[in-house]
Ligand binder design. Structure first.
Ligand code: GRF
Length: 194
C-alpha cells in the first residue's frame, strides 16, 4: 500500500445499515485513537441507511450509490484518492474491477472467527444463531482483505469472544459487536501506519 508522507490516510466507509462500526471509527478519530486518519466519504447502497445519518451528523460527506453503479463507485474512490476502503456492514459484493484496482486496500469486518461461519449464508443474526447451534466455545470478529469471494480474503486481524452457556443471539451479538469495533479500529490504525 502506497502512503504519502505527511498527508492524511483517507478512508471510504461503505455501509448498508445501522453503522455502529462506522461510529466506532468516528469515535476513534475524535478521541485521537486514530491519528492522521480521516473519513473522506461514507457511501451506502441504501438511501435510508442510518450510517448515512451518522455521517451527516458528523459533517462527513455521504452519498447513496446504487449497487449496480459500480463504475460510479470506482470513479468516486479514484477521484477522492482513497487509501483504504472499509466495508462496515456493506451487503453488496464488490465488482471484480474494484477488487482488482484496490487489491489489499479493501477490508471487511465479519462477526465470526473466519473461516468459521463465513460465506454466503452467514450474515446478521444467522452467524450468531449458527455459532450457538454448533456448540463452539469461542467466536469473535475478523477483519480481512477483500478478494472476489465472500469472506474468503486474507485474514488481517481477529479478536476472540468466549461463548457463554447462558448466551442468546442478543447477548452474544452485543459482545461480538464490541469486539468488531475494537478489531476494526486496531486494524485501521495498523494499516494507516504501514
Ligand atoms: C456487522 O456485524 C458486520 O460484521 C457485518 O454487518 C454488521 C454491520 O453492523 N458485516 P453495523 O451496521 O456496523 O452496526
Amino acid at each position: 500500500m502506497e502512503k504519502k508522507a505527511s498527508s492524511l490516510f483517507k478512508l471510504a466507509v461503505l455501509a448498508s445499515g445501522n453503522g455502529t462500526n462506522l461510529q466506532a471509527i468516528i469515535d476513534a478519530i475524535n478521541n485521537q485513537v486514530l491519528n492522521h486518519v480521516e473519513i473522506e466519504l461514507v457511501i451506502s447502497n441504501k438511501k435510508d441507511a442510518y450510517a448515512l445519518t451518522r455521517a451527516i451528523q458528523n459533517g462527513i460527506t455521504s452519498m447513496f450509490i446504487d449497487k449496480n453503479e459500480w463504475n460510479t463507485l470506482l470513479q468516486t474512490f479514484n477521484a477522492h484518492n482513497i487509501d483504504l476502503i472499509v466495508l462496515a456492514g456493506y451487503l453488496p459484493i464488490l465488482k471484480k474491477e474494484i477488487v482488482e484496482k484496490y487489491k489489499n486496500q479493501i477490508i471487511n469486518i465479519h462477526p465470526s472467527l473466519l473461516p468459521s461461519f463465513g460465506g454466503k449464508c452467514f450474515y446478521g443474526d444467522k452467524v450468531h444463531e449458527a455459532v450457538l447451534d454448533s456448540g463452539v466455545e469461542t467466536t469473535g470478529a475478523t477483519v480481512h482483505f477483500v478478494d472476489s469471494g465472500i469472506d474468503t480474503g486474507d485474514i488481517f486481524m481477529q479478536k476472540p469472544v468466549t461463548v457463554l452457556k447462558s448466551d442468546t443471539v442478543r447477548t452474544l451479538k452485543q459482545r461480538v459487536q464490541k469486539a468488531e469495533h475494537e478489531v476494526l479500529v486496531e486494524s485501521i490504525k495498523l494499516l494507516a501506519e504501514i
